[in-house]
Design a protein around this ligand. Structure first.
Ligand code: NAG
Length: 259
């Protein structure tokens, strides 16, 4: 008797045919598992791709600022400002020697050293007539202290007819330059305020006696760099001018006590 192939297959003994069937089911199961794993892995890759990695505070600082020698010690704290209209403050009111000292203690703090290899990170060329420090770097100030110096100076200028600033180096310039210095300071603060663009909302409190029936609540919530730590670091890393270098002239160095 002759059978064609298809018939011979259908007449194979039962056990063999069922083994082949089982193999098919098993390999199908593996294929399914493979697909599931592939889908899970794609999904998890996609998830980590669309979910940004959570940066630490200091990683954010590094990402959002030009290089600073102070990065390593920068720490943040949550602060609610105390800034009402009649807030008592060591920095408000008519000048007294004590009040003047409170202000100058904020920023009269000396210079630091910026190593030459960090200049590109500050978008500065090494090929320039920099004022060198005794450590071989460039003598530098920190912007926060320059800003505070500027604010202090503007404050003093508003009181210059009521308080004797003749001992103050800043006020020894002639009136014309003094005016230029104050205007420089106002612009310096404007540039910073616009650059940092603090977008924290301040609310309004109902107050029937107030002109508009409400008064702003300037006690806003902030995440602040710990200022004391920065001052502490700056004092511990006081840099001096390299020997044989003349003191730079002009107002730029008034903010720093060169020794
Ligand atoms: C670097 O400084 C130059 C001015 O000297 C400026 O034109 C340029 O935009 C600065 N680079 C960056 C990335 O800001």
């Amino acid at each position: 008797m002759e059978f064609d192939d298809s018939e011979s297959e259908s007449f194979l003994p039962q056990p063999i045919s069922s083994v082949i069937g089982k193999r098919r089911i098993i390999s199908n199961k593996f294929a399914l598992l493979g697909w599931i794993l592939a889908i899970i892995s794609i999904a998890s890759n996609f998830h980590s791709w669309i979910t940004p990695k959570k940066l630490t505070d200091i990683e954010c600082t590094r990402q959002l600022n030009a290089w600073s020698p102070v990065f390593d010690i920068v720490e943040y704290e949550d602060v609610q400002f105390s800034n009402t209209f009649y807030q008592p403050s060591a920095y408000r009111g008519k000048p007294t020697p004590k009040l003047e000292k409170s202000w100058s203690d904020l920023w009269k703090i000396g210079s630091v050293d910026v190593p030459l290899e960090q200049l590109p990170a500050l978008n500065k060329s090494k090929e320039h007539n920099w004022f060198y420090s005794e450590n071989g770097g460039v003598l530098a100030g920190l912007e926060v202290f320059h800003s505070l110096h500027c604010l202090d100076m503007v404050r003093q200028y508003t009181y210059k007819d009521e308080y004797d600033y003749s001992d103050n180096p800043t006020f020894q310039d002639d009136d014309e330059f003094l005016r230029i210095h104050v205007d420089h300071c106002i612009d310096a603060l404007r540039i910073r305020l616009m650059c940092y663009a603090d977008v924290t909302p301040f609310l309004h409190v109902l107050e029937p006696e107030a002109e508009l029936g409400a008064t702003p609540d300037f006690n806003t919530q902030h995440k602040c760099k710990k200022f004391d730590k920065i001052q502490e670091w700056q004092r511990a890393h006081h840099a001096r001018a390299a020997a044989g270098q003349t003191e730079a002239h002009g107002h730029e160095v008034h903010g720093h006590e060169h020794s």
